[in-house]
Design a protein around this ligand. Structure first.
Ligand code: ZN
Length: 198
């Protein structure tokens, strides 16, 4: 029977995406065996993240500054906004280095199943950004999942009447594909071949 401390840590870790109770327990045991090395490193890294990281109030990216490095970078094309579901998608697309504009993170996707409604996502702030003018293109880079595509359609509808070109990633994306898991070549190809939203 494990101690209360171990139970608490295991429970906290098992809430992380991709970690169930079993892998959380294995991680805890692994850390206990390496308490002077890996555990200390992990503590320091967690502390640094808590101290340093903030959410960009413009785009929702996570960085050490607000506005984030991408929003503040004058070499970025301010006329182009790429809309993504999660920060991980922003980072994945940015690693592909083909999109030179700025981003907007929704913070999720519409989902009847999970009860995620439009007002739960950063859609109003996106419309405000576009309404302020100076934007030519909005690239909807949702995941190629049913919920991702539902979200893209919803946003495309909300953008009707704005003087912007609405595009989406080319669907060389595998069906059900999540951007975060794709290799950079596939992502680069999808950005290069982006097309107008029908
Ligand atoms: Zn930003």
């Amino acid at each position: 029977m494990a101690s209360q401390e171990i139970e608490t840590l295991t429970a906290a870790l098992s809430r992380l995406p991709g970690l169930g109770p079993r892998s959380a327990r294995r991680a805890v045991l692994w850390l206990i065996k390496r308490r002077e090395t890996s555990l200390v490193q992990l503590l320091e890294a967690l502390d640094a993240v808590r101290e340093a990281l903030v959410e960009c109030r413009t785009c929702g990216n996570v960085d050490t500054t607000d506005p984030c490095g991408i929003c503040a970078d004058p070499r970025r094309d301010a006329r182009s906004i790429c809309v993504v579901e999660e920060v991980a998608d922003l980072w994945a697309l940015d690693r592909a280095r083909l999109f030179t504009g700025r981003y907007h993170v929704l913070g999720g996707r519409l989902s009847a199943l999970d009860g995620v409604r439009p007002e739960d996502l950063a859609i109003d702030s996106l419309l405000r950004r576009i309404g302020e003018g100076g934007i030519d293109e909005v690239l909807l880079a949702m995941n190629a999942t049913l919920e991702g595509q539902t979200t893209a359609h919803y946003i495309a509808e909300r953008l009707e009447g704005f003087p912007v070109r609405v595009t989406q990633l080319a669907h060389g994306l595998p069906v059900g594909g999540e951007l975060d898991y794709l290799d950079e070549g596939t992502l680069a190809q999808a950005i290069r071949a982006r097309r107008p939203v029908a």
